[in-house]
Design a protein around this ligand. Sequence first.
Ligand SMILES: CC(C)(COP(=O)(O)OP(=O)(O)OC[C@H]1O[C@@H](n2cnc3c(N)ncnc32)[C@H](O)[C@@H]1OP(=O)(O)O)[C@@H](O)C(=O)NCCC(=O)NCCS
Length: 397
Amino acid sequence: MSPTTTTPGTSEPTSAPEIRKGLNGVIADVSAISKVNPETNSLLYRGYPVPQLAATQPFEAVAHLLWSGELPSADELTALEERFHAHRTLDPAVKQALDSLPVTCHPMDSVRTAVSVLGARDPEAEDSSPAAERAKAERLTTQLPAVIAYEQRRRRADGPTQPIPPRDELDHAENFLWMTFGEVPAPEVADAFRVSLILYAEHSFNASTFTARVITSTLADLHSAVTGAIGALKGPLHGGANEAVMHTFDEIGIRPDESAEEAKERARVWMEDALAQKKKVMGFGHRVYKNGDSRVPTMKQALEAMIAHTGREELLGLYDGLEQAMEEAKGIKPNLDYPAGPAYHLMGFDAPLFTPLFIAARVTGWTAHVMEQRAANALIRPLSAYNGVEERQVPGA
Ligand SMILES: CC(C)(COP(=O)(O)OP(=O)(O)OC[C@H]1O[C@@H](n2cnc3c(N)ncnc32)[C@H](O)[C@@H]1OP(=O)(O)O)[C@@H](O)C(=O)NCCC(=O)NCCS
């Protein structure tokens, strides 16, 4: 809807400025962190194709790449891992804050609260020098798995419980799963998780990253930017979609004894019915990619590896049935949240924890953008075209 096609109270047309609802198609700034190319269906982090990074790199190396612009040398990677290890244990003050929240609140609220607490307690909270920003980005990236793992455990325990201490011989992805489930993950599981973290790490000016940049542009601190970004990520049109995908699967009904073909048929019927009711089905469509999300093939491969590992072929049936029915009816393709949802389910996470997992990855991209915004800052403050009532007088004034 155009905001100023007529002046309220008159039929007089006014000159309407061009409004791009949702900033659709607006280029807001330059960025050297990632390049999303919908024409070639490709995504680059600092120039490197993301599927190549997912095939070869640990998550820690991709974090270093996003922050610094280059992949780490072997020595730099070792040094980064050591710094990560120093902050893996759940801060008792954060545990106390989490324990004060009801287990009925959404875990995104818990993680958002935890980031606020971590910010308030960070020794460099108000230091926005490049060195301090980088140190805070590293700390937060390595503190978040402890928070999310504990939040999953607290919910399963229906209240305060004991966190699982980290293990130094495990890498970031393995240790995250260890601290959540208390088991060293099978290589297939750890690898699928590592891939998901790399794919979720960065995606240019999406809603949460833009939120982080807006907050940074006011010269607020890094933890404030991340806290705001978490709020933006929570919504089902953004990060909340990976949780919503699982609710769709649940609504259709997950029947582990069913064949893939039977599951596929039920999923097709569900999708036809949903589209007939004009429902938006989460996990499909994208603002930028109109011919498929560049990250889906890599995540689908990781999901298939999980399915082969667990023998849960019926989930692939549900996946294919929904995808094919959507393609035939509307030509809309899945986004990254679509394969990520069932993959996280097979790893053992509860659906409400899926979007917090997205935070654990995207915190690297957010903080890279915080640093980039701060290095060449301009306050982000667009204009609006007023379409309310004309000036009038308060009775009796
Ligand atoms: C991501 C999303 C917000 C992009 O939206 P957008 O670029 O603003 O596109 P629109 O929402 O205007 O959709 C354009 C058309 O496709 C349809 N469409 C888009 N995504 C759809 C979906 N997931 N299910 C059903 N229809 C969808 C819309 O209904 C609309 O149809 P219409 O023109 O007949 O009204 C949108 O695709 C969506 O809501 N997807 C579901 C949420 C999701 O998975 N988000 C994660 C994104 S990574």
